[in-house]
Ligand binder design. Sequence first.
Ligand SMILES: Cc1cc2nc3c(=O)[nH]c(=O)nc-3n(C[C@H](O)[C@H](O)[C@H](O)COP(=O)(O)O)c2cc1C
Ligand SMILES: Nc1ncnc2c1ncn2[C@@H]1O[C@H](COP(=O)(O)OP(=O)(O)OP(=O)(O)O)[C@@H](O)[C@H]1O
Length: 280
Amino acid sequence: MEMKKSSSILVNKNTITSIAIGGFDGMHSAHQELFKNLDENGAILSIESGYANLTPKRYRQEYSIYPIYYYVLENIRHLEGDEFIKLIKEEFPNLKKIVVGFDFCFGKNRKYCIEKLKDLFNGEVLVIDEIKIDEIPVHSRIIRQYLKDGNIKMANKLLGKEYKLYGQQIKGQGLGTKSFVPTINLKVDEFLLPQEGVYITKTILDNKEYKSITFLGHRVTTDGSYAVETHILDENITNDNYTTQVKFYEKIRDNKKFDNFEDLKKQIFDDIELAKNYFK
Ligand SMILES: Cc1cc2nc3c(=O)[nH]c(=O)nc-3n(C[C@H](O)[C@H](O)[C@H](O)COP(=O)(O)O)c2cc1C
Ligand SMILES: Nc1ncnc2c1ncn2[C@@H]1O[C@H](COP(=O)(O)OP(=O)(O)OP(=O)(O)O)[C@@H](O)[C@H]1O
């Protein structure tokens, strides 16, 4: 199906004939399976719990061609089952089909689930069985845990893409260029930060992608403060104040305290060699 990405603000809800419902933090491979079952006038109904940190709300549309409509859980959680369905029918008057996963529940105390949805909705309800990859069920909470454990490979496998976060460039200690290597220091809000350590990454500056290596953690060797720092391989990038994106590929080691700057510097150059070989 050849379709352009559509933003929910540009799409009239009257044209929508199918929706997928859920939280959709991560827009991971199981979520994408749901979206495959939407028709060409499909939409995503994303229920905001406030906990999303894999793809915070304003970054989610990037991962689907279907327009995303957001509902705040706090505002709808008190609804009884029939009230919830009534609301959806009012919002999308031409709705014919609802796509949800096997564990979808809704309404007050989440007491209404698939059977109730089929009873209450006078259209098609398509239920997707639990999607697993290598026997591991695909869920946002499981992906979060892999990231917290530094297991980027598994997180990416379940995501169906590289985990990517957005950050704002900030000033560092000013030590990097002088004593080690130049780095872009980032302030990251909203996104889950993987475990402390050194990672093979790609960094996107103004829509251009660069091979990079990224350190996340407390700078235990220098000032002890928490930092997210990216060093771009192969190129000399002057620090321009672009919103920066970092895509994670693999963790190469834990954060470590070094006895002196010289040892840390040696280690950083070894890390850089490893990263260069990874991308060969
Ligand atoms: C690839 C790489 C690996 C790093 N590894 C560590 C580390 O293991 N331990 C540590 O304390 N700091 C580590 N750092 C952070 C350095 O301490 C940091 O770059 C230095 O303090 C300069 O900071 P600045 O950019 O704020 O001036 C690493 C930095 C890079 C780029
Ligand atoms: N592995 C899966 N297989 C099939 N459907 C799924 C799967 N994971 C989520 N869904 C469905 O996708 C929609 C969005 O669900 P939700 O946002 O709760 O995803 P989740 O990844 O399970 O999140 P969490 O881990 O926070 O519960 C729901 O309709 C849900 O039933």
